[in-house]
Design a protein around this ligand. Structure first.
Ligand SMILES: [Zn+2]
Length: 332
């Protein structure tokens, strides 16, 4: 497309309205990271998190999807000295294949880690349900030019409601934006219930705070009279690289199996995300996951080719429509 620029480092392009490319061909995200990222900040964060290692039944929870990233993360928490409770969230609209279940069982046994599946449907508020229903209506619309324009407007407006504190009924284009709110509530309550302070998640996510310090930790303290919980993006905290994975995966006996989702890394196995991605990509001109994958390139977890591969693999026709996924999950 004419006039569209792509960042020299990552796969962000100016089709995405929040992306600016500077005179050197670098996007605003990469530019900020290269200017402010300091490894020492993360070393301090790692020391801080290790203070929660305790001589108790569990001193942390570790999200486990059976994918490469989360499986390797479970291994790393053990290496750091934690005694984790591994868990997977179950929510109506997602399903875990038998081969993934078997793999999780094998890995947790090998690492001698307890494992639980946690039903988080109860954390879905009526507003969350409304959002999902509105989103499913949006994805039913015929692709007229007028609708495409409206869809893009909704995407841009939805970005303003990224904060999980805003409880607004809105037809978000990205299902992850709704799911994230539900998951954060669930992480917090499930950790507090077990008297656990640290929840490790395998997404290579990060943030920069108002002092431009890069952080892998998000502190949750939604109530004055209840304890805080730390959500820790372990891959970023330990500066994991994609190339570190094979050795760890070999050690824990992780293998690819039939029924695994095709996307090699950083891809979503979520049925709901899958149901949205092709249509959204066709309308928006970029993959809904492009920004997240770009963030993984920015920090050196994957390279550009890997991200392109993930986008290509993740952009296939879904077996179900958004409405069908939600109906199967008894959400609508
Ligand atoms: Zn970039």
């Amino acid at each position: 497309m004419d006039g569209i620029k792509e960042c020299k480092i990552c796969v962000n392009t100016t089709i995405n309205p929040s992306i600016k490319i500077n005179s050197k061909g670098i996007c605003n995200v990469c530019e900020h990271y290269n200017k402010y990222f300091n490894k020492e900040d993360l070393e301090k964060e790692l020391e801080f998190i290790k203070k929660f290692i305790k001589d108790e039944k569990y001193d942390c929870m570790v999200g486990l999807s059976g994918g490469k990233d989360s499986s390797a993360m479970l291994y790393t928490t053990k290496k750091l000295g934690f005694t984790p409770l591994a868990f997977s969230f179950e929510i109506g609209y997602n399903e875990m294949s038998d081969s993934v279940k078997a793999k999780i069982k094998r890995i947790t046994q090998k690492l001698e880690v307890d494992y639980e599946t946690i039903d988080i449907n109860n954390y879905m508020s009526s507003v969350d349900k409304e959002c999902l229903e509105k989103m499913s209506d949006l994805y039913e619309q015929p692709l007229t030019d007028e609708f495409k324009e409206k869809f893009r407007e909704i995407y841009n407006e939805g970005r303003k409601y990224y904060s999980t504190k805003q409880n607004i009924s809105f037809p978000f284009v990205r299902p992850c934006q709704i799911c994230r709110k539900i998951a954060i509530k669930a992480y917090y309550e499930e950790a507090v219930k077990r008297n656990i302070k640290v929840v490790f998640v395998g997404i290579n996510e990060w943030a920069s705070n108002k002092d431009n310090k890069y952080t892998a930790i998000r502190r949750l303290k939604p109530f004055e009279n209840k304890p805080e919980v730390y959500i820790v993006h372990l891959p970023f905290l330990v500066q994991r690289k994609y190339d570190d994975l094979p050795e760890i995966l070999k050690e824990i006996g992780w293998t690819r199996e039939v029924g695994d989702h095709e996307v090699d890394t950083g891809g979503s196995a979520c049925l709901l995300a899958k149901a949205c991605e092709k249509k959204a990509n066709d309308i928006m001109g970029f993959h809904l996951d492009a920004a997240r994958l770009s963030r993984e390139i920015t920090v050196g977890f994957i390279d550009k080719n890997k991200a392109r591969e993930a986008i290509k693999n993740g952009n296939r026709e879904s077996k179900y429509t958004v409405k069908e996924v939600l109906k199967r999950g008894k959400i609508i």
